[in-house]
Design a binder for this molecule. Structure first.
Ligand SMILES: Cc1ncc(C[n+]2csc(CCOP(=O)(O)OP(=O)(O)O)c2C)c(N)n1
Length: 355
């Protein structure tokens, strides 16, 4: 069975919970949708799990009642906050994490380690864990309440919640933008059989590259969300010509990578940001980042930017080609729509240890 998502959320609100600090995971999609729909709890979309944890700590220390919801791979990002702020200062609030499983041949490689190692990781931070009851709402809410007052992390298994759709007013309409696939197909045509290395970030970016760029030299980074630019920087410093294809959620997760990259000029690295305003692969949640000026962030971090967001395919073709004619550290932002779901690249294609 699954918990009735709206009843569960309303139960939490009745218990005084005020904020939900989130980095999305598809396992938590329904409870995230319910929170976005519900005016009685504030949905706080966070750039990373480290951010979510620290924001929640600030809320709790100021008398509010926050809850954090993240994916198991993001528990690693919370290590510093949990071990060096929450734990020593005795600040507690519910941290709910999904527990991604792993089945050889049928799962993303990024989840393999924590599919068995999550309890050990949580224990190493000085916390216990409790698996959220999937049948009994009252018991599930009791478990969350116990996490509010003790060092315990609540763990979600797949299908814990019933389906909740976003209300129409919260849905993104990207239908006026060119789908990302069209840009990828164009790059495939332009760069097939060249030695340019294309790095696709975790999320749908890499998946779509697998479907729409079959002839280029691609690395699909399933995992290490936020690290694609830095991975590309290392490869470029070692002499490769690199194009990192990123998403808007990936862009902000470890944005400091941009300030590190910005120090280097004599490399051949382009960061191509596909801004679809959403976390496509975890359920299409809005990233709520319309206030972020990606181009100016890149520019002030030291990247050589194309000063305008591109929406048009022919403008993209010309601009991207011109940019690739010179070396350096470059940034281009494409505003795009979304495609239908594309398959994940198979494990043997993903698992590459050398470029
Ligand atoms: C550390 C970490 N936190 C959360 C996730 C779950 N996750 C996978 S992809 C993704 C969103 C990616 O969105 P974006 O970068 O905008 O790319 P898109 O899927 O829209 O192309 C999230 C939150 C993760 N893989 N790793």
């Amino acid at each position: 069975m699954a918990l009735d998502t709206n009843k569960f959320l309303n139960g939490l609100i009745d218990n005084g919970y005020s904020h939900l600090c989130v980095v999305p995971c598809s396992f938590a999609k329904n409870v995230i949708n319910a929170a976005i729909n519900n005016d009685n709890i504030e949905y706080v979309p966070c750039a990373s799990e480290a951010v979510a944890c620290s924001v929640a700590a600030g809320l709790k220390m100021s008398g509010a009642k926050p809850i954090v919801i993240v994916q198991s791979s993001g528990v690693t990002n919370m290590g510093s906050c949990m071990t060096s702020l929450l734990n020593p200062y005795d600040v507690t609030f519910p941290i709910i994490t999904s527990w991604r499983t792993y089945k050889e041949g049928n799962s993303e490689i990024q989840h393999k380690h924590l599919a068995t190692g999550l309890p050990t990781l949580i224990a190493s931070y000085g916390y216990k864990h409790t698996v959220v009851d999937q049948d009994d709402i009252a018991r599930a809410i009791d478990q969350i309440n116990s996490c509010d007052t003790s060092k315990t992390v609540a763990v979600l298994k797949k299908d814990t919640f019933t389906k909740v759709e976003l209300e129409d007013k919260h849905k993104l309409d990207l239908s006026s933008y060119t789908a990302r696939s069209e840009f990828l197909i164009k790059m495939n045509e332009m760069y097939k059989d060249t030695n340019t290395l294309f790095i696709g970030t975790t999320g749908n970016t890499a998946r779509e590259m697998y479907s729409f760029m079959p002839d280029t030299d691609n690395f699909y980074m399933a995992g290490n969300m936020g690290g694609a630019l830095s991975l590309g920087l290392g490869a470029a410093m070692a002499g490769k010509t690199v194009v990192v294809c990123g998403g808007d959620a990936e862009f902000v997760m470890h944005m400091g990578g941009m300030t590190t990259a910005g120090r280097y000029e004599n490399i051949n690295l382009t960061y191509l940001l596909f801004d679809n305003e959403s976390n496509k692969s975890t359920g299409g949640q809005n990233t709520y980042q319309s206030h972020v000026d990606y181009i100016n962030i890149a520019k002030s971090s030291g990247l050589d930017v194309f000063d305008k967001k591109i929406t048009d395919l022919s403008e993209f073709t010309k601009t991207f080609d011109d940019m690739q004619k010179s070396s350096g550290l470059k940034f281009l932002c494409v505003k795009c729509g979304v495609d239908d779901e594309t398959p994940r690249p198979p494990l043997n294609v993903v698992k590459v240890s050398e470029f």
